[in-house]
Design a protein around this ligand. Structure first.
Ligand code: NAD
Length: 485
């Protein structure tokens, strides 16, 4: 019996439309692989434009009744879904590890993190406020209320197969919107399992659909062109985000965009080195380095750089590679061959440009898409790795001398998602957190994501926030009602 056989019975492999599993109208399927072996895990129904229309028909049909449910009822469904998800942590974690590759410990962490968005937004559903004022001229009354945007399309990436969905579905349902999810083609199974959890939690048919598809644009472009759709919310690369923004312009769709990053991680000369090393292991290696918030450019003050690089290389070199479901694994495979090839190309380019390899540096032979944990030191800033998102277990270290210099370097990128720095000087902590051009800043912390905080980027890292009290407003329209006195 394979690991997947243990959970096969709880994983839907059809499309999820109108509250039930169904085949694709055209009858197509595609395969999902275990990145640790390259073996086929499952064959999944392959949605096309015709299925997208079916899903939107059912989302539109369900929209007004879902919007009319009381906030308490919506909160109760979200709360039950969180409870069910939590009860099923082990099977969902195994499923996620099988299709995405991360370790079981990481996957359990994602079930907890992803689930928290459902609990958090169950609590926010009953706090959608409004505003009342007397008009200054004394001639009228101003009533401001919030209403659900309407049917939403959510497009999600493979790196957090559950949490990138719950971060959108949670606030959308809390606000009273219906949702169609197009999960990443590498990892559609976790989202299908989530749809089933919602059905068991009492979510009415049509409110949530899931459309796995091998041709993403073939499914999403017709939805974006249909003026019954009212919003697109996307997490993925900046490249695809721009395509979607262009398409959204035609129907003036509401958009939320969580895009790529190129996070700086700065270690000042007054940092606690031990704390900074622990922090960089998290900021770099959480999710195997496949995170949009991952530390991409590690700037270490030149007085500490050599020691920092040596100690980081020791920690990285000690990580044990293996399938995420094997007991002693610290680091699983990358998602697929293409991703591994792009990580290898960035490392080769940096070494050619003059970077010093302290550990790792190569793809691992054999089945699966493994890449050695790698530390590059003294990386020239001309190397591609300085500008491009790595998305793998590769730490690239650069030296610097002054605060002004490193802030200018940190901000010299079109991205602005996360930034981290370590210092024990409070004035500097305040000054630098103001100066960094990023939507999220970690001060003496390597992990910043929190369902209770607004997650989002500036510049080409995105538009809007997910989580926090801000997150639900992405799914609400403001309506002003004018009353005569
Ligand atoms: P991707 O942009 O290739 O794909 C993301 C999703 O978009 C997938 O579901 C894919 O099928 C779909 N897609 C691809 N082309 C499309 C098209 N033309 N039209 C419609 N949909 C299309 O990204 P990825 O490789 O899956 O994910 C990695 C990227 O996601 C990284 O850049 C990472 O930084 C980013 N990311 C951002 C956040 C954030 O919150 N800012 C979180 C996680 C990942």
């Amino acid at each position: 019996m394979t690991e997947f056989d243990r959970i096969r019975s709880v994983v839907p492999t059809g499309l999820w439309i109108d509250g039930a599993e169904t085949d694709a109208l055209a009858g197509g399927t595609f395969t999902v692989h275990d990145p640790a072996t390259g073996d086929t895990l499952a064959t999944v129904a392959d949605a096309t434009a015709a299925d997208a229309k079916r899903a939107l028909d059912s989302a539109v049909a369900a929209q007004s009744s879902w919007a009319a449910t009381s906030p308490r009822e919506r909160a109760a469904v979200l709360r039950r879904a969180w409870e069910l998800l939590t009860e099923r942590t082990e099977e969902l974690a195994l499923l996620m590890t099988l299709e995405m590759g991360k370790t079981l410990a990481e996957s359990r962490g994602e079930v907890a993190y992803g689930g928290e968005f459902l609990r958090w937004f169950s609590e926010e559903a009953v706090r959608i406020g409004g505003r009342y004022a007397d008009a200054p001229a004394g001639t009228g009354r101003i009533l401001v209320k919030q209403q659900p945007v309407g049917p939403c399309l959510a497009i999600t990436p493979w790196n957090f197969p559950l949490a990138m969905g719950t971060r959108k579905i949670g606030p959308a349902l809390a606000a009273g919107c219906t949702v169609i999810v197009k999960p990443a083609e590498d990892t559609p199974l976790t989202m299908l399992a989530l749809a089933r959890v919602f059905a068991e939690a009492g979510l009415p048919a049509g409110v949530l659909s899931v459309l796995p598809a091998s041709d993403a644009a073939g499914v999403t472009a017709p939805l974006l062109a249909d003026d019954r759709l009212r919003k697109v919310t996307f997490t993925g690369s900046t490249r695809v985000g721009k395509i979607l923004l262009r398409q959204a312009a035609d129907t003036v769709l509401r958009t939320s965009m969580e895009l790529g990053g190129n996070a700086p991680f700065i270690v000042f000369e007054d940092a606690d080195l031990e704390q900074a090393l622990a922090g960089v292991m998290l900021a770099k290696m959480r999710n195997g380095g496949e995170a949009c918030t991952a530390a991409n450019r590690i700037y270490v003050h030149n007085s500490l750089r050599a020691e920092f690089a040596a100690r980081l290389a020791e920690r990285m070199g000690a990580l044990r590679l293996g399938p995420g479901y094997a007991p002693d694994t610290d680091l699983g495979p990358l998602i697929n061959e293409r991703q591994r090839g792009s990580v290898a190309a960035l490392v080769d380019d940096a070494v050619e440009a003059g970077a010093v390899l302290r550990t790792g540096g190569k793809a691992v032979d054999g089945p699966g898409y493994f890449f050695e944990p790698t530390v590059l030191d003294e990386v020239p800033r001309t190397a591609r790795i300085h500008r491009e998102e790595i998305f793998g277990p590769v730490a690239a270290i650069y030296g610097f001398d002054t605060e002004d210099e490193v802030i200018a370097l940190a901000n010299d990128t079109e991205y602005g998602l996360a930034a981290y720095f370590y210092t024990q000087n409070l004035d500097r902590a305040l000054r630098v957190s103001d100066a960094l051009e990023a939507g999220m800043v970690g001060v003496n912390r390597g992990v910043i994501s929190d369902p209770a905080a607004p997650f989002g980027g500036v510049k080409q890292s995105g538009l809007g926030s997910e989580g926090g009290s801000e997150g639900i407003h992405e799914y609400l329209d403001t309506k002003y009602v004018a009353f005569t006195r």
